[in-house]
Each structure stands twice: as C-alpha cells, then as structure tokens.
Design a protein around this ligand. Sequence first.
Ligand code: NAD
Ligand code: IPM
Ligand code: MN
Length: 360
Amino acid sequence: MNYNIAVISGDGIGPEIVAEAKKVLGKIEVKYGHKFNYTEVLMGGISIDVHGVPLTEEALSTAKESDSVLLGAVGGDVGNSKWYGVAPNLRPEAGLLALRKGLSLFANIRPAYLYQELKSACPLKDEVIGDGFDMVIMRELTGGIYFGERKTEEVNGIIKATDILTYDDEEIRRIAIRGFDIAMKRRKKVTSVDKANVLDSSRLWRKVVTEVARDYKEVELEHMLVDNCAMQLVKNPRQFDVILTENMFGDILSDEASMITGSIGMLSSASLGKTKQGMYEPSHGSAPDIAGKNLANPIATILSAAMMLRYSFDLDEEAGAIESAVIQVLKDGYRTVDIMSDGFSKVGTCEMGDLIADRI
Ligand code: NAD
Ligand code: IPM
Ligand code: MN
C-alpha cells in the first residue's frame, strides 16, 4: 500500500531523530512491500526563519491532506533563542498548537512502559519498580489553558499576565470516552487526574468523567488530585493503568513518567482525533543542549512511527516488528548516552537507528 506522510523535522535534534525514524520505516517498506511518500513540511523555528511565521496556511493544508504526520520537535532555548522575544502566537510552539487544533487532534496517548532491559536506567529503587510498570497517559490536547485567552497588560505601572483555563463538557466527554476505551483493552483501570479541590474546570472534569464511567461498568474509576499523582508516580508507578487528564497536567505528568522509564528519549506519543489521521511525535522537545552532536536518543521517535503504523494505517505486524527491534537492540546491550549505564555499549543517534533498522 501507499501512504502519504507529512514530515515535520522541526528544530534542534528534530532532524536527527526524524532521519532515524525514516531509516527504520525504509526497512519496513522493503520488508513488507509498502510505500511511504514523504512531504517535508516546515513548522516551528525553521518556519519562522524561512516564512516569518511558525506555521503557514500552506503547511497546515499539506498536513491536513496527508494520511498522517510524523514530527520531530520544535523550539529553541526559550531563555536565549531569537525566536522568543515576540508575541506568543509567533513563537515556534504556536505552530505545534495550531497544528494540533487545526487537525482536531484532541487525544494524546503517551505510553510509559519500563522495558526490563532498562531497569538500571530507571532512577527508582528495585523494590518500587518490582516487575515493572506499564501505563498510558491519555492527555487532552486541544483545550484547557493552552487554548484559553492569553494577554499581558500594564495598568498604572502594574504588569498583569492572564491565561484562562476553560473546558466544556463535550471536550471532557470525548477524551474521557477515549480513556475508557483504551482501558477496556488493557487492565481496566482509569485514574482521572484533576485539581477538583480548587478549580471549577476540574470539578466539571470529575463530574463528566464519572458520568462516562457509567457506560464502562467493568472499568474501575479512581479520581486523584494532580499533586498527589505527581508523588504517586514515583512512590508506586505500578498502580497506574490509564491516567486520564487535561492538557497541562498531562504535559507535566508525562515528562515525569518518561523519566521513570529511563529517559525522556524513550517516550513516544500519538495524537488522534475522530479520523484515522494522526500526528506522531516523541514527548520530548528539541533538546537544544545536545542538538547536532549525534547524542539524542531516537527511540521515542522510532516508537512514535510504530504507533503511526498501528493507529493510522492498521499495520499491526509492521508496528510490532519495530517494537521488537527496539527491544532486541536493548537486549543486545546498545545504549544512547541518556540511558547508558555500566556494562553497555554507548552508541550515537545514527548508530542506534542503524541497529534498530538492522533488526527488522
Ligand atoms: P527537552 O525535552 O527538549 O529537553 C529536556 C532535557 O532532556 C534536555 O537535557 C535534553 O537534552 C534531554 N532530552 C530531550 N530529548 C532527548 C533525547 N531524545 N535524547 C536524549 N536526551 C534528550 O525540553 P526543554 O529543554 O524544556 O525544551 C527545549 C525546547 O523544546 C523548547 O523550545 C520547548 O518549547 C521545546 N519542546 C518541544 C516539544 C515538541 O516539539 N513536541 C516538546 C517539548 C518541548
Ligand atoms: C509537548 C510539548 C508541547 C506541549 C509544547 C512544545 C507546546 O511540551 O508536546 O509535551 O506543552 O504540549
Ligand atoms: Mn511537554
């Protein structure tokens, strides 16, 4: 089959990690007889440099017309980069948000799974890790504080900045349904994370999630406050199956969850809407501190490409082949620097891509 993929390499380590994902997909083409047609799309800092805006209308149209989008990462050093002294809607990240909104990708799935081979890279104690953990963070992606009104004003010498957090019941219901659907295929437990002791939006969140749960009698629903969840993730990560949460809480908790898998360089993600089209990207950023040095771990991006094959193209066997190749490379003892520990062989971004492609 032929598949049209919009590729956004982006900034920083983006081009390096996307190149490795394409290398692995190239092996899938050969082995399984598919054809992946790539259209390069500019987004983020590179689009600002070329077009003056983080996402052009044309780039958005190309993404909309594709079967799916594969993304590296966008953005620069927020404190120092030339891209940040401007209005929020002209910064690199605004391109990413416009793309998520423009493609209506409201459901962001971030699986956090501890590979047995990476136990030594996990900062938690052995007795906490036990025989490992396996959770999915289901993050709402097109609502909440990321998309509310935002302004900075100066009145009588006082500078005031405002970001508004809004959710309506329909936005909550559709992501909750996705969370429960995924739980039905897993260990049938949903932990809905909110701040209902303070926020009205969280009280509505809790009410709607509780209503949705009535249609999923087999699924155990638990509510947890977000500060407690941040603590529980390191105290006892094995308690979690599906964590269902709003946009910003999901952003923060997924970075935390990624670290207990060994490194943020391991955490893949799929952003989905109502159609088969999706956007697939690692959960991490453009890592300006290591860009261009062949140091970045490409596994999160490679696993995101596997998610693309599974969720957008229904190519389960091919997705499984990539996932098995990743496990095999870890078993064979190869590590990028972020997951390195004593006794393993240190490899760079490019070599890690080669090693995974070789095992398909
Ligand atoms: P980051 O995730 O880029 O980096 C945090 C730390 O993790 C850094 O030390 C980095 O070197 C390391 N790291 C990240 N990915 C890695 C990988 N694959 N292999 C090895 N180490 C890795 O977060 P940040 O530094 O807070 O943000 C940098 C820029 O990235 C900002 O402009 C931010 O807005 C952007 N960002 C973009 C995305 C995205 O495009 N989806 C996501 C997060 C952050
Ligand atoms: C992520 C990133 C983005 C987010 C930024 C770059 C807008 O941190 O994908 O996790 O906050 O959603
Ligand atoms: Mn993030």
